[in-house]
Structures are given as C-alpha cells and as structure tokens.
Design a protein around this ligand. Structure first.
Ligand SMILES: *[C@@H]1O[C@H](CO)[C@@H](O)[C@H](O)[C@H]1NC(C)=O
Ligand SMILES: *[C@@H]1O[C@H](CO)[C@@H](O)[C@H](O)[C@H]1NC(C)=O
Ligand SMILES: *[C@@H]1O[C@H](CO)[C@@H](O)[C@H](O)[C@H]1NC(C)=O
Ligand SMILES: *[C@@H]1O[C@H](CO)[C@@H](O)[C@H](O)[C@H]1NC(C)=O
Length: 296
C-alpha cells in the first residue's frame, strides 16, 4: 500500500527549473516586438515543456554576466553560483576555462559556431593582415561570450595553418558593443569574436535591436573579417543548458528525470523528431540547420 502510494507520488512529480537568458543574441535569445522573451532557446523550451511531463522549465531574462563572467580570466556568474538560476540557455560549449566551472547539456543544433577575427579597413586594406600571427598586436575578446579569451590560444590561423604567436596583448571588452568600440577607436587591432556576429548585428528590422546599431554599420567597408571558420575551440555547439558544475540539470535536460514506469528518455531526445522542429528553425532564421538528432 505504502509502496504503491510512493510510486503514485513519484510518477506525478515534476522537476521545476529556472533558466536564464539575455536578450541581445538573435535569433537565439532576444525580445520580440511585444517585449516577450523569444528565440530559438525559448522555442526549444516550449517544445520540451509540452513534450516532457516530468519537466517544467521557466525562462527568465537575465544578464549573460549573471551566468558567465570574464572576470579573472573567466568565472561563474553570480546567479548560477548562488542557485537563483538552475541553468543559462544558448551558451556555446567551449573548450577550456568554462569546463572548470560548469556542465553543459547536449547541443541543440547540428552546427558549431565558428570564431574569427574582425579588423578595421583602412583605405580598403585590413589593419591586421589575414596571415598575421598577431605578435605585438592588441586583440580584444568579447568578455562573457564564447569564444572565451583562452580560446585564442587554441585556434589556428586559417591562412597559414599555424597557431597564433603568444606575443599579443589580450584585452577584454564588456560585451560585443564595448569590444567593437575598442576596435573602432584603435585600442584594439583586431577582435576575436563569433564569425557570424557582425552579420547578426546588422539592424535589419527583423528583431528589435538591443545593441548599438551604429557601431556595426558599414560592415565590409569600415571593418571586415580577416579570419573565419575557426572551430578548434568548440566542444559541442549551442547548448540548451549551462549549469553549475556538478548540477543534475544537464542530465535532466538531456533525458528527463526517469519516471517510475519507464526509463524511456524524454525531453531533448524527444524534441528532435517533432514535426514542428523545422518550422521552429525557419521562424528563428536558422533554416538549413537541424536540431541535432540524438540517437534514442
Ligand atoms: C544571489 O545573488 C544575487 C546577486 O548578487 C542576489 O541579488 C540574490 O539575493 C542572491 N540570492 C541568493 C539566494 O543568495
Ligand atoms: C554533444 O551533443 C550531442 C547531441 O546534441 C550529444 O549526443 C553528445 O553527447 C554531446 N557531447 C558532449 C561532449 O557533450
Ligand atoms: C613580441 O613582439 C614584439 C613586436 O613584434 C617584438 O618586439 C618582441 O621582441 C616580441 N617578443 C617575443 C618574446 O617574441
Ligand atoms: C552608439 O555608438 C555611437 C558610436 O560610437 C555613439 O556615438 C553613440 O552614442 C552610441 N549610442 C548609444 C545609445 O550608446
């Protein structure tokens, strides 16, 4: 009697989780025109909440730096540290420093985001040549964002096939806009950044911008990429959940808490084949990609 009562209670129990995301990373994480949290991460969560009866994820707006901070070469953000948030969404699972502090869920896209280098164009010529090994130069990393600053030591120059000199000065900007300002005013010679970020920050009207559009104007005439496609820093693409190290959350997100009746995996494994997945990707502007299919 007691045993069956316990089973009933266990079967009905729902794991409630609170996930945070910032709003300046379209199409992954942004506010829509009516001010609602939107993006590919939120779409996946909605799908999981609908599919996974054992999991209920609430998404709240937070600052990326509440999740991951560039302080001291990289550290856990305050709200992941003290448990206010169970995880943060749409972080890239990078190699290096993040793995000392966090655990990641599986990736949600079959696409790893490459890094690259932006530099100013001066009379049509790049300030930093694509062949440069960066010796003696000032390079700014986008603080708090992937690729983290240690990743510059992992990637190769795609023109020469070699790793960069260690003889550069690494600066850290407070997010994309601040790093771009440092590039524009000459404090930095080049910027280490996702190789699609300049495109994502063109203000096309598709998403209400949450960044300074004028800093990103004249892409291709004021500034350009002299490196793209650098992937050596990625472990596993865009994750749904980045949680404090040792947390159970990545496992819960990957497969859902086991139910008493069945150990059949749910959640991230369940959403990949759902019929709405291609529509989700298309509406997020990610058509051509697929949700990474996880073998069940
Ligand atoms: C977590 O840290 C934030 C920011 O420092 C603070 O506002 C909040 O009260 C803390 N919460 C807990 C449960 O310690
Ligand atoms: C990467 O993600 C895939 C599916 O999204 C998963 O099968 C794999 O275990 C993940 N690898 C790591 C190292 O997290
Ligand atoms: C670093 O680069 C600068 C400028 O190119 C050069 O003067 C210096 O000798 C280099 N140092 C090392 C250790 O290579
Ligand atoms: C955006 O950047 C431009 C160029 O640096 C600057 O003049 C302007 O004040 C910035 N706008 C805001 C709202 O910060």
């Amino acid at each position: 009697m007691l045993r069956s009562l316990l089973l009933t209670v266990a079967a009905a129990s729902v794991t409630k989780l609170k996930f945070g995301q910032d709003v300046n990373y379209p199409p992954y994480a942004y506010l829509d025109a009516s001010g609602e949290l939107a993006g590919f991460g939120v779409d996946v969560v909605k799908g999981m909440n609908a599919l996974c009866s054992t999991l209920e994820i609430e998404v709240v707006q937070t600052s990326w730096s509440d999740c991951w901070s560039s302080d001291e070469g990289g550290s856990l953000g305050a709200l992941l540290e003290n448990g206010t948030l169970d995880a943060c969404m749409t972080f890239t699972h990078t190699q290096g420093i993040r793995n000392h502090y966090v655990d990641f869920s599986h990736a949600i896209l079959n696409f790893n985001k490459a890094a690259g280098l932006l530099t100013l164009l001066e009379e049509g010529r790049p300030r930093v040549d694509g062949n440069s090994h960066l010796a003696g130069l000032n390079i700014v990393d986008v603080g708090g964002w992937a690729p983290t600053e240690d990743c510059l030591g992992m990637v190769r120059n795609k023109c020469t096939g070699e790793k960069y000199s260690e003889n550069y000065t690494l600066l850290v900007g407070d997010g994309n806009d601040d790093a771009m300002r440092m590039l524009r005013d000459g404090r930095a010679d080049a910027m280490f950044i996702y190789s699609d970020q300049a495109k994502l920050y063109q203000c096309t009207g598709a998403v209400p911008p949450n960044w300074n559009c004028s800093l990103w104007e004249n892409f291709g005439t004021d500034y350009a990429y002299v490196q793209t496609g650098q992937l050596e820093y990625v472990v596993n693409g865009t994750s749904l959940a980045m949680a404090k190290k040792g947390s159970k959350v990545p496992a819960q997100v990957n497969s859902g808490p086991p139910t008493t009746r069945t150990r059949r995996p749910t959640c991230l494994r369940a959403i990949a084949p759902v019929a709405t997945a291609p529509a989700l990707l298309q509406s997020a502007g990610l058509d051509g990609l697929t949700i990474r299919a996880v073998p069940v």
